[in-house]
Design a protein around this ligand. Structure first.
Ligand code: HEM
Length: 201
């Protein structure tokens, strides 16, 4: 026989708001992430900031559809008795759902390969200019080109750190770029919701 659902109020949820006793709620279900907070790929700060609160919209905004499958590990059996969704959240989730359905968050095309080819051309031109010519100004131009190339590679590293280069985080190329670039994520707020349509239904 299925166990009866156990309920707590938002006020009770608020009391579990510190490290060591850290609960969050997503779509009315309560999750205990006290032990796991230090292993969260997005760092402990976002979880600490939302400790004891409903984190549904933040969760939708920051994660790919694949993150939903990890939630079950942290269910503690409680549900929010007074769970309600504000009009702003409803509108936001509807927008995410519609945009996801339209495929606007899918990685399409060959942007990554175009960028890499562009960088390879810039690299070749820059090396060629330095090795094969002696003109001072040309050398200076090649140095600037190399600098520009370095900046571009930084952007690709950044995007791969946010799983924006390959289709899944598991793909090896994205992983190696992530290693090269940002082991420690910065805390810029991105407003790109990453969610497959099913998770909002
Ligand atoms: C139990 C709840 C949570 C689980 C299981 C979870 C899981 C994950 C996973 C698996 C990732 C890797 C990226 C991905 O697959 O999308 C991730 C990244 C991240 N998470 Fe969470 N997360 C949780 C709660 C939250 C909350 C409440 C926030 C609040 C904003 C948050 C913010 C982030 C951020 C900022 C990243 C990095 C995203 C990026 O690199 O672009 N997470 N999380």
């Amino acid at each position: 026989m299925a166990e009866a659902k156990r309920y707590i109020t938002s006020e009770e949820l608020k009391t579990h708001n510190k490290s060591g006793d850290l609960w969050i709620s997503i779509q009315g279900k309560v999750y205990d992430v006290s032990e796991w907070v230090n292993h969260h790929p997005g760092g402990e700060l976002p979880l600490l900031n939302l400790a004891g609160q409903d984190a549904t919209d933040a969760f939708v905004a920051y994660h790919t559809g694949t993150a939903w499958q990890f939630l079950d590990k942290f269910i503690n059996g409680f549900y929010l008795k007074d769970y309600s969704v504000s009009q702003v959240s409803k509108d936001y989730r509807k927008l995410v759902y519609e945009f996801s359905k339209m495929g606007l968050f899918e990685k399409k095309g060959h942007g990554f390969f175009v960028s890499m080819s562009f960088m390879a051309v810039m690299f070749s031109l820059s090396v060629y200019g330095v090795v094969c010519c002696e003109d001072f100004w040309l050398h200076l131009l090649c140095a600037a080109l190399m600098g520009f190339l370095w900046i571009q590679s930084g952007w690709i590293g950044h995007d791969s750190g946010h799983y924006q280069v390959m289709l899944t985080p598991k793909q090896i190329c994205a992983d190696s770029f992530r290693q090269l670039s940002s082991r420690h994520k910065h805390w810029v707020v991105e407003m790109e919701p990453q969610c497959s349509p099913h998770c909002l239904q």
